[in-house]
Design a protein around this ligand. Structure first.
Ligand SMILES: [Zn+2]
Length: 464
């Protein structure tokens, strides 16, 4: 898995029937029923977290007129080389060319300008889950680098003061922390360097996780847009004192990369072990039937009913296959718990549960089934999260001097830098990229490059 992560991932999403990448347009994939259920469960978590913090869901059109798209100069520079254009409608050339949204600032903000009149109209806190399109020229990889990002959750907010927007950035970071924590995905949070800031933003904060091959994957970003867009789009409001100002904005997004991360960070050589919270099937029941005994199957039906009544997503596998084949089948789909029900179990009124992550076998008396399964799912969640965090932490290494760097092959390097131009030198000499300044870190010690007093702590890695 460490050596050939790419192959592992492609194989796993097909074998687990999550996605089919064989769609005849490069960089576009099909979500299969099992993958779609997983995707919807992941979305339901972020939707809940956003709604709890006062965000409202909206749906803006896919097409953006050229003049709106071209209004913010920095923003166009960031996206112009990767947008898809719609230039014809039927047989006619369009008067105004249309962009397939690569992100929705230029779709939403002209409407914000119509909605906002006074301070009483603020704040605006909206989000949507949509497809965005980017003409990727690099090699595409399902969920990780695609031309249609199908699960783009983008939130956009507008505020009457800079301080409120600043507080919103913090809230967004907290929401994303909780989101990744619920999925057991470990992360580092950095303030991106200026050259890697979102096009049109004052600054960007990003979440990155670490994949088994030692490269980082950006899984979430939060941007403080200041008044850059509101000035361009004329989003103005009357203040309580009668004066006027432009709104202060933030936006933040995640994509199906989160789903990729959930598959990868908990996976093993067999395939995924899905976090219990989002596993489409949390428990699969496999009756083991010899000759034509009826007890195991009958008992399995009863257990299924009980688990479903208790709110567990359970499935009973009655296919005419050998048990061993069924075990393998569900392991490759990452189902957290398998319950085996044989004739002995039926007689002794207990079943055997097998955890997907540790393969540990646990005997459970039938009367205690629901409680025990619920406890087991929670235990798995906690332990999976801890193991994933341990793996990440093991691969974050402190580098005191750049000369020590050869010892690191992959993972994340953490080093102190001065305020001068040593960042570029560090990138050139190591081949690693600066992810950014570690959020809320206190600089200490000496610059790893020049030895002067350190002014920041940065994280560096090779990235997707
Ligand atoms: Zn320096």
């Amino acid at each position: 898995m460490e050596d050939s992560f790419g192959e592992w991932f492609s194989r796993v999403i097909r074998e687990a029937e999550i996605m089919d990448p064989r769609y005849p347009v490069k960089g576009l994939c099909v979500w299969l029923p099992y993958g779609m259920k997983l995707r919807n469960l992941v979305i339901s978590i972020i939707r809940r977290l956003l709604e709890e913090r006062g965000h409202h869901e909206v749906l803006f059109p896919l097409l953006i007129p050229e003049d709106a798209f071209n209004r913010e100069a920095e923003h166009i520079r960031g996206f112009e080389n990767e947008v898809y254009w719609v230039t014809r409608g039927g047989g006619e050339e369009l008067d105004v060319k249309l962009v397939l949204r690569p992100t929705s600032e230029t779709s939403m903000y002209p409407m914000f300008a119509l909605w906002v009149r006074s301070h009483a109209d603020l704040p605006i806190k909206v989000f949507q889950v949509v497809s965005v399109f980017r003409h990727e020229t690099k090699m595409t990889k399902p969920m990780i680098r695609v031309r249609e990002v199908t699960t783009f959750k983008e939130a956009h907010t507008a505020h009457s003061t800079r301080e409120e927007a600043e507080a919103q950035v913090r809230e967004a970071v907290e929401i994303y922390r909780k989101f990744f924590d619920e999925l057991g995905i470990p992360y580092v949070i950095t303030k991106r360097p200026e050259w890697d800031t979102f096009a049109g933003a004052e600054y960007s904060i990003a979440f990155d996780t670490l994949l088994p091959d030692g490269k980082t994957l950006q899984i979430g970003t939060v941007h403080n847009l200041g008044q850059n867009f509101s000035k361009v789009f004329g989003i103005e409001f009357q203040k309580p004192d009668g004066g006027h100002d432009h709104v202060y904005q933030t936006c933040y997004g995640i994509s199906e990369r989160v789903i990729a991360a959930a598959i990868v960070v908990h996976g093993d050589e067999l395939g995924p072990c899905l976090p219990p919270k989002v596993a489409p099937i949390q428990v699969v029941i496999v009756p083991i039937v010899f000759k034509d005994e009826r007890e195991p199957t009958e008992l399995s039906h009863a257990l299924l009913q009980e688990l479903e009544r208790g709110g567990i997503r359970a499935h009973l596998d009655l296919r005419n296959l050998r048990p061993g084949n069924k075990f393998y089948y569900w392991e490759r789909r990452g189902v957290p718990i398998r319950i085996e029900v044989g004739p002995k179990e039926a007689r002794w009124r207990k079943v055997t549960a097998v955890r997907r992550d540790t393969r540990k076998r646990i005997e459970i008396p039938i009367e205690e089934l629901l409680d025990k399964i619920k406890t087991l799912l929670v235990e798995m969640e906690v332990e999976m999260k801890k193991r994933a965090w341990d793996k990440l932490n093991e691969r974050v290494r402190k580098v005191g001097k750049l000369d020590d760097f050869e010892k690191i092959t992959g993972g994340i390097a953490k080093m102190s830098l001065c305020g001068g131009g040593c960042a570029r030198e560090a990138e050139e000499r190591t081949g690693f990229k600066i992810l950014g300044e570690e959020l809320d870190s206190k600089p200490s010690g000496r610059c790893a490059v020049c030895g002067r007093a350190a002014e920041r702590t940065v994280l560096m890695a090779r990235s997707y």
